[in-house]
Write a new protein. Structure first.
Lengths: 341, 341
DNA sequence: TAATCTGTTGCAAACGTTTGCCGAATGGAG
DNA sequence: CTCCATTCGGCAAACGTTTGCAACAGATTA
């Protein structure tokens, strides 16, 4: 059915090995022969069979990308960047969705292992042990999680979280809530730690509510609990939860930022589109995707297991405002000016 | 390095063909032998090599999914549903992004062809001819485009567009704008035709502005042109453009729906989160993804090339309101009640 | 008792490539 | 004219499976 290397060889009067070399080691074949082979190949519509090639070379030229939830707007920009970047290097990308389930996660890595040259693991929910185990079956790069000895690309969410809390403190809030993300999330632990430390250092209170699934519904559902704490400012694990919370507060006629300030994390596409515009911590997800691909593809050469950290930054918009400790005159903008380091 | 069928055979004292059959045709091997083989396989951590299997069976158990823009919020729910559904049937999914470029699109199909059992083509921008050409190289299912003779899953956007226009007419608008989508989009043509016909039948005016890239920026950029037409209601190719327009109007202090009504299409996740909440046409994208996968996997059996049409429906929210022809008393809700067929 | 059938297993070819090895042809140096 | 180096292309084995065919044993039938 399909046209193979053998057809091209026959049609151009050379041995199949010459055809093979024309494609995989052109410098080893006479320019004249080469162009003749190339011509007939083109004419016959020949395309190398990657499966066959993979069988003998051991390199598939495919990579896997495993994320918790494709529909979570945090991921698509990362997926897009990784795919485009990989393709530019002649790699194709399997994308798979674990639905936030660590078991599915592990199964997926194993199922994909034989079919790819490596796997990008985004925000994995597995245990460190499990991940280290899997790393022995297939090259891995972890995104958004730090595991010693494992190549990783992380966003320095701690930095962003500190900025966010300091921003709230400067605005005159001293009773804060952290709306926690899913169990098993490294990012969640980092934020929690950074936010907690920053609040404590300033003598402010920070209540942790959670864990929650990182979705709107969870943010909305947490509204009652948030109000019950009496806090005047909330930092959410991600924008989705922050937006859910915003909606729920709006439904209860609670003014944001008038009565409560809300900060998200991620800066997903539409956090600037809702009203009030969401103050949030911007993550360079596209850059992370590209960096992870590069890391994965270089991994074969030397066993160097770098860890790249990308900077995150607070973006002050309209969902945060003065708290109870602020002189009434101070505006958000004035206070915002002081937070810049 | 990796453990192969041969290792399992040696370790369990049988021929490799018996091991192979244990996995691919269990009924052909003695239950006793089978369990012994299974046990050693498990113990050795054997996993069949899909590339090798593909080489001889011709079936890769992979499918390709090609979309115009992963980061466009219309696609992720479709991708997610398709991937999950495919995996449940033991298929893995390559996802690729064409960046709205028909040339990249064609290249991708060819590059993926040898590596998959079929390809899902989402909202392709290629010409019909090109697609029919490619269909000869690899099984194809087209999503969001109707081409005679080709298996397809389409959303009946015409239906939704008619509903939307009728809704606007009923509200008392008689000067409408259609903010067109990208050149080469079947969906765009369908909407345009349906909206045009419906408006014309009612003696209303419908100006078409475009083509545009299906992104927010394009919607925002079109604001001036929209105002210049003097229209009081706008139907946009998709929610993204509608939202962009909404923002731009807001920036110019033009009230929505007070002065201009806006309708989107797609009902992406956040069209209900922005203010005013966007009136839009809901597309069953997840169902489309699943249907397309089913279609692709059944295609091998009989050459039956079905075409599935999924229903779309207008969702009335707050971005549409009474137009110049409406008695001041009529409220959106009242008018809305009349549009239901 | 012989013939036939059924169930289980081994044998070997095949899938489409890549690649180490070897021989042939060519060309320049001595 | 001989020798050596270099360039080029063919040969065949290998990658990890699947699968048609044949062999064999035991059971069933005539």
């Amino acid at each position: 059915m399909a046209v193979t290397i053998r057809d091209v060889a026959r049609a151009s009067g050379v041995h199949i090995s010459t055809v093979s070399r024309t494609f995989s080691a052109p410098h080893l074949v006479n320019p004249e022969t080469r162009s003749r082979v190339l011509a007939t190949a083109e004419q016959l519509g020949y395309r190398p069979n990657r499966a066959a090639r993979a069988l003998i070379t051991g390199r598939t030229h495919n990579i896997g990308l495993i994320v918790a939830d494709i529909a979570n707007p945090f991921f698509p920009p990362l997926i897009k960047a990784a795919e485009t970047h990989a393709r530019r290097r002649d790699y194709h990308v399997f994308v798979a969705d674990t639905d936030e389930d660590p078991i599915v996660e592990a199964e997926l890595v194993q199922a994909l292992a034989k079919q790819v040259d490596g796997i990008l693991l985004c925000s994995p929910r597995m245990s460190d042990d499990q991940i280290e185990q899997l790393r022995r079956e297939v090259p891995l790069v972890v995104i958004n999680r730090m595991i010693t000895g494992l190549p990783a690309v992380v966003m320095d969410v701690g930095h962003g979280a500190r900025q966010a809390v300091r921003h709230l403190l400067d605005l005159g809030h001293d009773n804060l809530v952290y709306l926690a993300g899913p169990r098993g999330s490294w990012t969640n632990r980092e934020i929690r730690r950074a936010a907690g430390a920053t609040a404590r250092a300033a003598g402010a209170e920070l209540t942790v509510l959670g864990p929650h699934q990182p979705v709107e519904e969870a943010g909305a559902a947490a509204a009652e609990a948030v109000l019950a704490t009496g806090a005047t400012a909330v930092l959410a694990y991600n924008d989705l939860m922050a937006i859910g919370l915003l909606q729920a507060l709006q439904d209860r006629d609670i003014a944001v930022p008038g009565q409560i300030s809300v900060v998200g994390i991620d800066d997903i596409a539409y956090s600037g589109l809702i009203r009030p515009k969401l103050t949030t911590v911007a993550n360079p997800t596209a850059a992370a995707g590209r960096a992870a691909v590069d890391m994965l593809l270089q991994q074969g050469d030397d066993g160097a297991t770098g860890q790249v950290t990308l900077r995150t930054d607070l973006i002050i918009r309209n969902s945060t405002g003065p708290g109870p400790l602020t002189p009434a005159a101070a505006t958000t903008a004035e206070v915002a000016a002081t937070v810049k380091e």
